[in-house]
Design a protein around this ligand. Structure first.
Ligand code: DC
Length: 231
C-alpha cells in the first residue's frame, strides 16, 4: 500500500485557546482532510443545558441532562461563502453562540460529566469512521484515538492565549475584559488537567508544540513537516 494514500487520523490536544483549531483547520484544508472540532460538541451540550436552566450557581442538574441528552443532535457543515466550519444544534446554527464567554464559563462543568463524555467520544469515533480526519480536543490522543497516526500536544503561555482570545471576541463585538478571559483560560486549564474523567494529559507518544511565538503560517509549516515525516 502506498503510504501517501493512507487515510490517517491526526489528534491535536492541548490547552484552551492555544490555536489548536486554527492549526487543525489549516492543515485539513491543505491536505484535504475532514476537520472535527470535539470542543464544539461539549459547547453545544453546555448551551443546551444553559437554555434549559440546568445550570444554577455552578451546579448542573445531571439527572435532567441525562434524560434529555439523547434529544441533542450535533452536526457540522462547512460554509463555503463564509469559509468557516459551522456547528448546529438540532438543526439550528449555533456557531457564534457556543463561542461566547458565557458558554466558555460553563463548559468545563459539562466536560467533567462521565455520561456526556461517553456520548461525545462515541460521536467523535462515528464521525471519523472513514478516516482522513484531523480532530482537536483534550483527550483525542489519549482516549478517543489512542492509536492515532500522529499526535500533537499544543500549548502556549497563558498571557498569549488570553490576548488571542480577547482579540477574537472583541472583533466579534463581544463586550469582554482581558482579565475575565485570562481568568476563564486559567480556570479551564485547571479543571481540564485535574478532572477525574479523561483529564488533559500529553499522550506518551505525542509531540509537543509550544506556539507562543509562532505565526499561523509557521505552525502550519511545522505540522506539515511532521506529517511528511510519518508518510
Ligand atoms: O477546545 P474548546 O475550548 O472549544 O473546548 C471547550 C471545552 O470542552 C474545554 O474547556 C474542555 C472541553 N473539552 C474536553 O473536555 N474534551 C475535548 N475533547 C474537547 C474539549
Amino acid at each position: 500500500m502506498n503510504t501517501t494514500q493512507r487515510k490517517l487520523i491526526i489528534a491535536i490536544d492541548g490547552h484552551s485557546s492555544c490555536g489548536k483549531s486554527t492549526m487543525a483547520k489549516d492543515l485539513a484544508k491543505k491536505i484535504n482532510y475532514t476537520y472535527i472540532d470535539s470542543g464544539a460538541m461539549y459547547r453545544v451540550i453546555t448551551l443546551f443545558a444553559m437554555r434549559h436552566n440546568l445550570i444554577k450557581d455552578d451546579k448542573l442538574d445531571e439527572s435532567k441532562l441525562a434524560h434529555l441528552i439523547d434529544g441533542i443532535n450535533i452536526t457540522f457543515s462547512y460554509n463555503d461563502e463564509l469559509e468557516r466550519h459551522e456547528t448546529f444544534m438540532n438543526g439550528e446554527l449555533v456557531e457564534d453562540e457556543i463561542r461566547s464567554l458565557d458558554v466558555s464559563n460553563n463548559v468545563s462543568l459539562i466536560a467533567t460529566i462521565k455520561f456526556v463524555r461517553e456520548k461525545m467520544v462515541a460521536l467523535q469515533r462515528k464521525l471519523s469512521e472513514a478516516g482522513a480526519v484531523i480532530m482537536d480536543g483534550r483527550d483525542i490522543g489519549t482516549v478517543v484515538f489512542p492509536n492515532a497516526d500522529l499526535k500533537i500536544f499544543m500549548t502556549a503561555d497563558v498571557e498569549v492565549r488570553a490576548a488571542r482570545r480577547f482579540k477574537e471576541l472583541k472583533e466579534k463585538g463581544d463586550d469582554v475584559s482581558l482579565d475575565a478571559i485570562r481568568e476563564n483560560v486559567q480556570k479551564r486549564d485547571f479543571i481540564d488537567e485535574n478532572r477525574d474523567e479523561s483529564p488533559l494529559q500529553k499522550a506518551d507518544d505525542a509531540i509537543v508544540l509550544n506556539n507562543s511565538y509562532l505565526t499561523k503560517e509557521e505552525q502550519l509549516e511545522w505540522i506539515v513537516t511532521k506529517m511528511a515525516e510519518i508518510q
